[in-house]
Design a protein around this ligand. Structure first.
Ligand SMILES: NC(=O)c1ccc[n+]([C@@H]2O[C@H](COP(=O)([O-])OP(=O)(O)OC[C@H]3O[C@@H](n4cnc5c(N)ncnc54)[C@H](OP(=O)(O)O)[C@@H]3O)[C@@H](O)[C@H]2O)c1
Length: 294
């Protein structure tokens, strides 16, 4: 039976992975209390002692704006630590599954990003995630780097929960309408990861290597996402009150943030479909499912 180590315990994706990967092996889950990735010197001993055959790294420094103030910490967690995990994976012939982001790109394209497009991160978070990808590839272990986008779910910190909190007591929300992406449910990512791993089981593990886009189908703006969240919530819970009446589209220039975001965040998911037969549902269908199970 595979020994699987999941990192990022309380995170949106890691939380769902604990359920989704349970049928694939014996799962151990660590949060930052069990293994603090900001201290690279401690990673080797802890992981060597466990001897996992599959390491799934869903831990990351994800505070995009705060990363501009503490780029070294962000780099340690998002780049140095994955590099060490990759060295460990190579040494023990384990498979490293690692999540990355469309923030490795600058968002100037107008058609979905391919895995082979040239990265050009706009901020410290994107730069650290790109450095993490490169450290893993350089270590040359068996690896899957799964790039995803605009992750949300019913726990943790995410856009969906922020919108519901604000919509509960504000009559008007102003939401950026000129940034486009594919909101991706954490549960879809976890289920797709499980499907990919199940299909890797048929292959020689050492041949599993590469970057794969893994995001929901379709696209919308933050404004479109916010509007759909409020509409779906009202449909699902007609007896619960949201104060919001107007959701007003604004340009990103009216909502300045410390870190610049890509204007276009859509990924082309054809590679993961062609190689693993895996496809995530459309973003609005997933949102409907999330509310149905709320
Ligand atoms: N969120 C998005 O919109 C988004 C978009 C594209 C890609 N991604 C990528 O998808 C992956 C999963 O993201 P997510 O949204 O699930 O993240 P998340 O909800 O922010 O969770 C990140 C997890 O990482 C852990 N972590 C942070 N610092 C750590 C440290 N020093 N040592 C050990 N663990 C640490 C946190 O643990 P504690 O709670 O214990 O600190 C947290 O549980 C990440 O690789 C992220 O870069 C995310």
């Amino acid at each position: 039976m595979n020994k699987i180590l999941i990192l990022g315990q309380q995170g949106q994706v890691a939380w769902e992975l604990q359920v989704a990967l349970a049928t694939l092996g014996h799962v151990t889950v660590w949060g930052s209390q069990e293994l603090d990735l900001a201290h690279p010197d401690r990673i080797q001993d802890r992981v060597r002692a466990l001897q996992p055959q599959i390491i799934v790294n869903a831990a990351a420094y994800t505070a995009v704006d705060k990363a501009e103030q503490e780029p070294e910490l962000c780099h340690a967690i998002n780049a140095t630590a994955p590099g060490i995990l990759a060295e460990l994976a190579r040494e023990s012939r384990a498979l490293l599954v690692h999540y990355s982001t469309e923030y490795v790109f600058d968002g100037t394209k107008t058609s979905p990003y391919l895995e082979t497009d040239t990265p050009n991160p706009l901020g410290a978070y994107g730069a650290s995630k790109l450095a993490g990808e490169r450290a893993i590839i350089e270590a040359d272990c068996a690896h899957l780097i799964l790039r995803t986008t605009w992750v949300y779910g019913n726990r943790g910190k995410n856009f969906l929960l922020t919108i519901l909190r604000l919509a509960a007591d504000r009559p008007e929300l102003k939401i950026v309408a000129d940034q486009v992406g594919a909101p991706t449910w954490s549960k879809s990512i976890a289920i797709a990861t499980s499907q990919i791993l199940a299909r890797c089981g048929d292959r020689d593990r050492s041949t599993v290597k590469g970057i794969y886009n893994l995001s929901a189908a379709g696209k919308t703006s933050w404004h479109g996402f916010a509007s759909e969240i409020v509409d779906r919530y009202r449909m699902q819970f007609p007896d619960r009150q949201l104060q919001v009446q107007d959701i007003i589209p604004i340009p990103a220039s009216e909502y300045p943030t410390p870190a610049q975001r890509p204007a276009y965040s859509v990924l082309d998911n054809r590679k993961v479909l062609a190689e693993f037969g895996v496809q995530l549902p459309a973003w609005d269908l997933s949102l409907e499912q999330l509310f149905a199970r709320w």
